[in-house]
Design a protein around this ligand. Structure first.
Ligand code: 5RP
Length: 219
């Protein structure tokens, strides 16, 4: 039957599936929580158009009969649903534990509503390191010299050829750190997702799923 955390992931994912309606365009996130979303979505047999944030998700969706389209001509999505590594009380997220942060952020900003699905272990009092980064391989040594406390992660490159790394230092104010990463040449993307990007967080505690409206109207 799986661990309590796995049951929470499944509960949050199944709650999110109810937000998907016929005719929607939907962004599919990446990770073990999203892995519970896909079969639940397939079971609903909706007529929807989907894009995926990783080849892993695309393959899993495809195997379940969910057709995934390339994300090159779709400029708007109704919903994107994804997991998170950390969710702070004010709605900041850390994402990218599964190295898909760049595609995940691009899909999230394209969606009218970005829904986060998470088990209770993801709720934190304050964000902390590691903060995932994707770096351009070109000039990597230069970029690393200008980024304090960043280590390259021993994982394959992203599907876009980026080098995955993690900031391991003190976080301080996430707004300032996000601005620093955003202004550093060679940083393709960082895993800090601000509250204005986050619509609703569905976070499971046991069998209960709490609905936290971050920038969406309160339920
Ligand atoms: C992948 C991500 C994931 O959404 C995040 O790591 C959460 O993963 P999981 O659902 O497996 O705990 O950001 O890049």
């Amino acid at each position: 039957m799986g661990s309590a955390v796995e049951r929470e992931k499944k509960a949050a994912a199944e709650a999110a599936v109810l937000m998907v309606k016929d005719g929607m365009t939907v962004g599919l996130g990446t990770g073990t929580t999203v892995a519970y979303l896909l079969p639940a979505l397939a079971r609903r047999e909706l007529s929807i158009r989907c894009v995926a944030t990783s080849p892993r998700t695309e393959a899993a969706a495809d195997a379940l009969g969910i057709r995934v389209e390339p994300f090159d001509t779709i400029d708007r999505l109704d919903l994107a649903i994804d997991g998170a590594d950390q969710v702070s009380p004010d709605g900041w997220l850390v994402k990218g534990g599964g190295a898909a942060l760049t595609r995940e952020k691009l899909v999230a900003v394209t969606a009218d509503r970005f829904i986060i699905i998470a088990d209770s272990t993801k709720q934190v009092d304050a964000l902390h390191s590691p903060i995932p980064l994707e770096l351009l391989e070109f000039g990597l040594a230069s970029t690393l010299r200008r980024l304090p406390s960043v280590a390259v992660r021993r994982v394959p490159k992203s599907p876009d050829g980026g080098v995955i790394a993690d900031f391991e230092g003190d976080l301080g104010d996430p707004t300032l750190l996000a601005a620093f990463f955003g202004a550093t040449p060679g940083v393709v993307e960082h895993g800090l997702f601000p509250p204005d990007l986050v619509g609703t967080v569905l976070i499971a505690h046991g069998a209960e799923v709490d609905v936290i409206a971050v920038s969406d109207p309160a339920p």
